[in-house]
Design a protein around this ligand. Structure first.
Ligand SMILES: O=P(O)(O)OC[C@H]1O[C@H](OP(=O)(O)OP(=O)(O)O)[C@H](O)[C@@H]1O
Ligand code: HPA
Ligand SMILES: [Mg+2]
Length: 167
């Protein structure tokens, strides 16, 4: 057990679970926006933030949705994050009234870059690891730092061998 690689400690999230957790995030966020509880727009951090951002925008009735693309991981290896697509500056301004949504925060480096771009935005993720927690304003479920979260868009159903048996 202890000789497993860190990413082999897996937290596997189904579409159903993701939908439930993103809805729980929307429930937690409702009424917290700066303008009578509402936000002007949602900005999804692509690509993983797009599914939860859609669900949150639907629940909170936010019709303006933009994206920011931050590239840092190649599979499970991280390099210096950089913005490869910015949201419309006329929509986001300094981030006031903007709700930024991502699937998870791990080291927090992605959100650090996003915060630099929109200092006044509120940042929400569905899942959070301890190292990245200070970068998030609102999240739903915390998982340990040595757990790798597997999302439904990265998985497929497949046969699993029984614990006992010849093959
Ligand atoms: O807190 P950090 O250590 O910076 O990691 C968190 C980020 O890493 C993943 O995105 P990734 O860069 O893999 O791109 P993707 O969303 O397109 O899969 C995840 O969706 C977060 O955006
Ligand atoms: O645990 C994770 N799962 C998927 N993508 C990620 N990007 C950083 N950490 C993770
Ligand atoms: Mg991402």
């Amino acid at each position: 057990m202890d000789n497993r690689l860190p990413h082999e400690k897996g937290f596997h999230v189904s579409w159903d679970q993701l939908h439930r957790d993103a809805r729980a995030l929307a429930w937690r966020l409702q009424g917290q926006g700066p303008d009578e509880g509402q936000w002007r727009a949602v900005v999804a951090i692509t690509r993983g933030g797009m599914a939860p951002a859609m669900i949150v925008a639907r629940e909170l009735d936010i019709r303006t949705v933009d994206t920011i693309s931050v590239k840092s991981y190649n599979h499970q290896t991280q390099s210096a994050p950089r913005i490869i697509k910015s949201p419309d500056p006329q929509v986001i301004g300094d981030g006031t009234g903007i709700l930024v949504v991502d699937d998870l925060v791990d080291t927090g480096r992605t959100l650090e870059v996003v915060r630099g771009h929109m200092p006044k935005a509120q940042i929400a993720t569905v899942y959070a690891k301890p190292q990245g927690r200070p970068q998030v304003d609102t999240f739903i479920t915390e998982v340990s730092q040595d757990t790798w979260i597997f999302f439904p868009w990265d998985m497929a159903l497949q046969y699993v061998k029984p614990y006992r048996g010849s093959d």
